[in-house]
Design a protein around this ligand. Structure first.
Ligand SMILES: CC(C)(COP(=O)(O)OP(=O)(O)OC[C@H]1O[C@@H](n2cnc3c(N)ncnc32)[C@H](O)[C@@H]1OP(=O)(O)O)[C@@H](O)C(=O)NCCC(=O)NCCS
Length: 378
């Protein structure tokens, strides 16, 4: 009999410092009215700790929720595009902090879809019998890599993290199916130059990220891609839109979500929304929304969940999950982040100052066009 992969634990770790639209308008030519009307966003979070620290707290909470010990974990999947290092991977950093001595650890980067691609990878390994207990993390620490002088992107993103435990089960629930894809011909619509290590020795430093961002192209592709992926996975699994109890979508823009659910004929009151409070947390968006749906009683025993997402690449996907019986945690943990002593605006202003002095020191900004020419537009 085919083994299923079910979510049996969940936990989030949201950094406490809140960056409001008013904070952004202290250093950008923008205002609350523009941001709310174009995106639905009112505020987002800025982390005072490294991404691996957020991921460790979220993973520990998810394990406690599932009633598992760190030693029970066979696999850790770390979904993110904001890793500080490529080598060693970030999943191993979570593994050593958790003390998950028997786990394998891997990173997945498909940008905003990384968590869901991670769910697919872990579920596939559970189905082959390679692993039984997996922790899948969606985490993003974008604030240090943001170009805070670019109002077209700086208002859109936030930091955050959540994790789930996926376990092997013979019961008929868990991940029913997924559609994965990528509009690679539009990959140039979202490129962050200087994020990650590709640019080492090429004149750009990590203090000097530049965002190539075609918002309207991404908007159109997102509505099309999420809508198509959602329709395809429903068809594949023999499910109607009216069977879906809750949509837990990626949240890059409230208007994108509204257009997607209209396209697939699901009413907005069946959608879990966090975009107003957290902005776009890339890979962390879907798992944080899922955890909050559980915390607020919006996932009930046997619920059918639809999770469409898209991200840089432009990667896209949609997952269907049949929830099991348990919607409450088996246990909790005391693990938490250290207290945050700065405001979000103070942290952002410090990042802006560090970048300004790094650019001045290296002349990196002047080299950016040369790099773009070298790499070409795709
Ligand atoms: C980015 C996005 C919100 C822009 O919304 P839009 O309605 O397309 O707005 P436009 O790009 O047409 O910009 C309209 C005007 O607002 C200005 N503008 C851009 N950002 C602004 C800001 N933060 N505050 C004020 N004005 C802003 C632009 O300069 C432009 O001015 P102009 O008409 O004088 O040139 C929208 O395109 C979007 O959500 N895209 C997808 C999101 C995404 O890519 N997420 C990441 C991938 S997961």
């Amino acid at each position: 009999m085919m083994m299923n992969a079910a979510i049996t634990g969940w936990g989030k770790c949201m950094p406490p410092a809140v960056l409001t639209n008013a904070d952004l308008s202290t250093f950008l030519e923008t205002d609350d009215e523009w941001i709310v009307s174009r995106t639905g966003m009112h505020e987002r979070r800025v982390s005072h700790v490294p991404a691996i620290e957020m991921a460790t707290v979220a993973a520990a909470r998810a394990l406690a929720c599932a009633g598992l010990a760190a030693g029970d974990v066979d696999l850790i999947v770390y979904g993110s595009c904001s890793n500080d290092e490529q080598v060693p991977n970030s999943a191993s950093g979570v593994q050593v902090r958790l003390g998950a001595a028997h786990a394998a650890s891997m990173d997945i980067n498909t940008a905003c879809t990384s968590f869901l691609y991670g769910v697919s990878s872990a579920a596939a390994m559970i189905r082959t019998g390679a692993v039984r207990n997996a922790v899948v993390i969606g985490v993003e620490l974008i604030s240090p890599y943001m170009d805070w002088s670019n109002r077209g992107v700086a208002v859109l993103f936030g930091d955050g993290c959540a994790a789930v435990v996926l376990q092997a089960t013979d019961e008929p629930f868990g991940l029913l199916g997924e559609k994965l894809g990528c509009y690679a011909e539009s990959r140039q619509a979202l490129r962050v130059r200087g994020m990650g290590c590709t640019y080492a020795n090429r004149g750009l430093t990590l203090g000097d990220t530049q965002w190539d961002f075609d918002g309207q192209e991404i908007f159109k592709r997102a509505v099309h891609g999420m809508g198509e992926a959602a329709a395809e996975v429903m068809k594949k699994c023999g499910v109607q839109a009216s069977d879906v109890d809750l949509v837990v979508p990626h949240q890059a823009n409230l208007r994108i979500i509204e257009a997607v659910v209209k396209r697939i004929h699901v009413p907005l009151d069946k959608v879990m929304l966090t975009v107003q409070r957290y902005g776009n947390m890339s890979a962390a968006t879907v798992p944080v929304a899922l955890v909050e749906a559980l915390e607020t009683g919006r996932v009930t025993p046997g619920s059918l969940l639809l999770m469409p997402a898209f991200g840089a690449g432009l990667t896209l996907c949609a997952h269907l999950i049949r929830w099991g019986q348990r919607v409450t945690p088996l246990g909790t943990t005391d693990i938490d982040l250290p207290p945050c002593t700065e405001t979000a605006l103070d942290m952002v202003n410090r990042i802006r100052q560090v970048k300004a002095s790094a650019v001045e020191r290296s002349g990196a900004a002047l080299m950016a066009p040369t790099l773009a020419e070298t790499l070409g537009s795709r």
